[in-house]
Design a protein around this ligand. Structure first.
Ligand code: S6P
Ligand code: ZN
Length: 190
């Protein structure tokens, strides 16, 4: 056995409902409302009107009890509601892992995608139910609901990776994911 700074967890099973996008037992959960997403949508005025209006829940994250600590492998399910701000699809804040490590996403329900940016290149991957997306170390990532129902995915990531949200605020994500007039998904410059 390796040395641990804290008592190691005992092996345990997580009950996972693919269709309902839930897991049990649950650990920390959080909700991000429109007011939590300042500086992220291109149309700041429309963002402010929504944040100061009904301030909808844009997404929620439910985690298993595995802690975000070195050597652990936490998992969480994110559910993004459908909607846009002036045609820009509802999305997560997006972040970099400061301790650069890889991460995998598994699409569960709805229709959506994963925008990744390494500071130079942007890649957009469709991650629908049954698709696994791989995020290599050093790529910032943001998820987007491109459908008209809730979009859910499971993330599995190294517990010591950390989350840097300021990087995305200052560097952007290279592209924005917009709904075209005919309802299709289109990428636009940041
Ligand atoms: C964690 C993983 C996801 C996101 C979640 C919310 O490394 O990438 O669980 O935390 O999708 O996104 P964000 O950008 O608000 O953390
Ligand atoms: Zn991540």
């Amino acid at each position: 056995m390796p040395q641990f700074y804290e008592q190691p967890l005992q092996p345990f099973a997580i009950s996972f409902d693919f269709a309902a996008a839930t897991l049990e037992p649950t650990g920390p959960t959080l909700e991000r409302r429109m007011s939590d997403l300042e500086g992220l949508f291109a149309d700041h005025e429309q963002w402010r009107a929504a944040a100061e209006g009904d301030n909808p829940v844009v997404y929620s994250v439910v985690s298993s009890p595995v802690p975000e600590a070195d050597r652990e492998l936490p998992q969480s399910i994110t559910t993004i509601n459908p909607g846009t701000v002036s045609g820009e699809f509802f999305m997560t804040k997006g972040h970099q892992h400061p301790n650069a490590q890889g991460e995998i996403y598994l699409g569960l329900t709805g229709r959506g995608g994963l925008l990744t940016f390494d500071g130079y290149d942007t890649r957009f991957l469709e991650i629908n139910p049954g698709t696994v997306g791989y995020i290599p170390p050093g790529w910032a990532h943001r998820s987007i609901n491109t459908g008209d129902t809730p979009y859910s995915f499971l993330a599995v990531y190294p517990g010591g990776a950390g989350h840097d949200y300021g990087w995305v605020l200052s560097h952007g994500m290279g592209k924005r994911v917009l709904m075209a007039d005919d309802g299709s998904v289109t990428l636009a410059e940041y």
